[in-house]
Design a protein around this ligand. Structure first.
Ligand SMILES: Nc1nc2c(ncn2[C@@H]2O[C@H](COP(=O)(O)OP(=O)(O)OP(=O)(O)O)[C@@H](O)[C@H]2O)c(=O)[nH]1
Ligand SMILES: [Mg+2]
Length: 409
């Protein structure tokens, strides 16, 4: 009778599986260690165990089981090739990290042969590098006994140092020995230990996805602010036709639309986006903040100085609040842009206030969409985006007002 391994995989972790849909496993290890054989056993397919030379384009999927197995070439070859395989593996992990949670690599099964008896025979550096990115389970392949060897006990007592989550001896295919036939074992434990990590995996995968979306969306923020600031600053030097001033709301609206698109927030009605873009009134607020900074305006050189002071003031006065680090990062980026050091001060304060307010709106929208998206991945009722944005802006305004305008310079 054929045993179907991993048959009920994930049944006890439905919430996690809702977010990642399936668990994507990268199977790594030296040449001939039994990676392909392990995959063959779980997928019940007739995969050839000819040497695996490249990472196959598609993972292997057992029928109706939410797991996908990525085979990889062995690592015990010529040095250059090992370097290439490691590079390919990192590249695969990195490129998938920016995708949807279900597309990411979630876990590594690092296979070592049961004949290995010394820690020095394991590529610890490589495991450590991998474990910084994703959880690693060590699979002891081609084991002939379920009894734990001294070496396995040693590994188990050093899980934390070795940066691995668990050590599991397995035999993927039956094996003849002097004492007769040994049946496959250990796959149930491999399933259990992998399932145990599913909640953590789902959490990380959804965070990775929203972070990648946010990173992309910040590009729109920078783009809009750069254009708005140049436009605003130039108003002081050149007579600009009235029509051109209309481009500020246009650029702001385009930014909002593009950010929403990066988060695949496509169900938003146009009115909703318009009302988010109407949450302004921040210009006047920032002008007030800028004019009240603890700074001697007669002795500063350029706008970069003002922004640096704004950063340190926020950092000191709003230390520990949930928004502080993000805001400071945002302003620093703006301060470091080339055009900031060339613009004369005071003439451009209102332009700067205008730019900051658009930047903050973009920033707050991105933070709100991250929350929205995480709820959506979890299958929870998503929060109202407009309310999230409004609350966050009010929170920032109140905190900054209290800290900067009320506290003594
Ligand atoms: N009986 C038995 N043989 C195994 C087992 N695992 C691996 N082997 C044998 O070991 C040899 C190498 O196994 P593979 O699964 O091809 O090893 P691999 O890690 O994929 O090797 P590369 O693709 O070259 O890196 C094959 O002849 C397998 O039949 C096992 O659990 N039981
Ligand atoms: Mg192989």
């Amino acid at each position: 009778m054929t045993v179907i391994h991993f048959q009920d995989f994930g049944k006890t972790h439905q919430v996690a599986l809702k977010q990642i849909e399936r668990c994507n496993v990268l199977v790594i290890g030296n040449t001939g260690v039994g990676k392909t054989s392990l995959i063959r056993t779980i997928t019940q397919t007739r995969l050839s165990t000819r040497r695996t030379d490249v990472i196959p384009k598609k993972p292997y999927t057992p029928l109706n089981i939410p797991i996908r197995l990525y085979d990889t070439p062995g690592l015990e070859r010529e040095k250059n090739q090992v370097r290439q395989v490691k590079k390919d593996i990192f590249q695969l992990i990195k490129s998938k990290k920016k995708q949807e949670p279900k597309e990411q690599i979630h876990i590594v099964w690092f296979c070592i042969n049961a004949f290995t008896t010394r820690e020095s025979d394991i590529d610890i550096d490589w495991i450590e590098k991998l474990s910084k990115k994703i959880p690693v389970i060590m699979v002891i392949t081609r084991s002939l006994s379920q009894e734990k060897s001294n070496f396995i006990r040693h590994l188990e007592s050093n899980l934390e140092n070795l940066k691995i989550r668990s050590v599991i001896p397995i035999l993927a295919e039956s094996q003849e020995s002097n004492n007769g036939k040994i049946n496959p074992f250990g796959l149930d434990k491999l399933q259990f230990q992998t399932e145990k990590l599913l909640d953590e995996i789902a959490d990380k995968a959804t965070q990775n996805s929203v972070n990648a979306m946010a990173e992309k969306a910040f590009g729109w923020c920078r783009d809009a602010c750069g254009k708005i600031f140049t436009l605003q600053a130039s108003l002081h030097f050149f007579p600009v036709p009235f029509a051109q001033t209309l481009t500020v709301p246009f650029l702001q609206a385009r930014m909002i639309k593009s950010i929403c698109k990066d988060f695949k927030y496509t169900n938003a009605a146009n009115e909703e986006l318009m009302s988010i873009s109407a949450i302004v009134g921040l210009d006047g607020f920032f002008e007030l903040i800028l004019r009240n900074l603890p700074i001697d305006y007669n002795n500063i050189q350029n706008l970069h100085d003002i922004l640096s002071t704004l950063c340190s003031t926020i950092q000191q006065s709003l230390d520990g609040l949930p928004f502080t680090d993000g805001l400071v990062d945002a302003i620093s980026t703006l301060a470091d842009s080339d055009f900031m050091s060339t613009i004369p001060i005071l003439t451009a304060i209102s332009g700067l206030a205008n730019t900051l307010s658009v930047w903050f709106l973009g920033y707050v929208l991105i933070e709100s969409l991250k929350e929205y998206k995480l709820a959506e991945y979890k299958g929870e009722a998503p929060p109202n985006l407009q309310i999230l944005v409004t609350e966050k802006i009010q929170f920032i305004q109140t905190s900054m007002q209290q800290a900067i305008l009320v506290s003594p310079a």
